[in-house]
Write a protein that binds this ligand. Structure first.
Ligand code: OGA
Ligand code: NI
Length: 365
């Protein structure tokens, strides 16, 4: 059996020294009398196809307090449920996670204050290189996007080194407190996921050096859109890291793909939305898939979401866990790759489903 997988092409878009000044969708949406969207935001066919509400299918719920229970029976039952959620959905809600409602409200308010700053102040952080620790931008990657998404974003690397903004005041303290809590939660979930794969609890943590894991605060702002059926907040994609923890203001818009269908996510109050990323798919050799998801927009109210992906350390090499492989029945299905290279390539490309992951898949011939 031969294995081939093309490496990522080197792109020139990873490094832009002088990006053109961007127009935020927030500013555009605030233009007086805006009743239609500019063609550059218009998708050729209806982008919001086939969404259905969660009806027969119920998104799994993980009770974090049971996952961390000192009763081994309760813990092992929750680990089983976690494994099932990862295998069947790649998406679940976490309840009883111990992060206070006050704290989630504070971080959403802090993000709102950031997007409310004057454009000139935000543009100080306009993106230059995809691995810059603080980046403000619009759509996904305007140097390659063909149609723009109705979304502004702020991305801040918060671990292993905490970066932050001085403005708005208080942002830094709130971001630090929230990131630390979410980091603890994510690492604990990954211990459960390790165990569910039949690996040592701390296998993922150790193998991918999560002590130095890359955690990013991704704040998304989706202003009301006068023609929501023609626009898209975020195109279908999978996340690059291991797990992403997402919260939102009271406005919905996240859809996940399950069994080929788009499902609107209705959130249990005060829960975290968690999805598996590409590195979990690689590490589990495809047993757990990274989930496709997207964000739609509306014409009623601004939506804010905060996604916090946790990935391996930038210099960690990610490969399928050797213990899960067997050359006869389960050969490696993904090439080994440094997380930094994966991330750089994914962030420099257009957002296109799972195309980044496809490039590290080993093609069986
Ligand atoms: C993301 C993401 C979805 C949302 O930031 O990666 O998928 O609901 N966000 O904002
Ligand atoms: Ni995402």
């Amino acid at each position: 059996m031969a294995a081939t997988a093309p490496f990522f092409p080197k792109t020139s878009t990873a490094s832009i020294t002088n990006p053109p000044k961007m127009t935020s969708v927030k500013k555009l949406a605030e233009s007086p009398g805006l009743t239609s969207i500019p063609p550059v935001y218009t998708f050729p066919s209806n982008p919001q196809d086939e969404a259905s509400s969660e009806s027969e299918e119920t998104i799994p719920t993980i009770d974090f307090s049971l996952l961390t229970s000192s009763d081994p029976n309760q813990r092992s039952k929750m680990i089983q449920e976690l494994g099932k959620a990862c295998q069947e959905w790649g998406f679940f809600m976490v309840i009883n996670h111990g992060v206070s409602e006050v704290m989630t409200k504070e971080i959403i308010d802090a993000v709102k204050e950031f997007f409310d700053l004057p454009e000139e102040e935000k543009q100080e952080f306009q993106e230059k290189h995809v691995l810059d620790p603080i980046r403000y931008g619009t759509s996904f990657n305007i140097s390659v996007d063909k149609v723009l998404c109705w979304r502004d974003f702020l991305k801040v690397f918060v671990h292993p080194e905490f970066h932050s903004l001085n403005n708005p005041p208080g942002f830094s303290d709130t971001a630090l407190a929230y990131s630390e809590q979410v980091l603890k939660l994510t690492r604990e979930l990954l211990r459960g996921i390790s165990a569910s794969l039949g690996l040592e609890d701390n296998y993922i943590d150790k193998a991918l050096n999560l002590e130095k894991g890359l955690q990013i605060l991704v704040a998304n702002f989706y202003p009301p859109c006068p023609q929501p059926e023609l626009a898209m907040g975020m195109l279908p994609h999978s996340d690059h890291g291991l797990l992403t923890i997402l919260i939102q203001n009271e406005v919905g818009g996240l859809q996940v793909q399950h069994k080929g269908k788009w499902i609107n996510v209705n959130v249990i109050p005060n829960s975290f939305l968690v999805n598996t990323g590409d590195q979990i798919e690689i590490l589990s050799n495809g047993k757990y898939k990274s989930i496709l998801h997207r964000a739609v927009v509306n014409n009623r109210a601004p939506r804010i979401s905060i996604a916090m992906p946790l990935g391996p350390a930038l210099n960690a090499i990610v490969r399928p866990a050797p213990k899960l492989l067997d050359n006869q029945n389960n050969p490696p299905a993904y090439i080994a790759m440094k997380y930094k290279d994966y991330l750089e390539a994914q962030q420099s490309s257009i957002l296109d489903g799972k195309s980044s992951l496809d490039r590290v898949k080993i093609k069986m011939v």
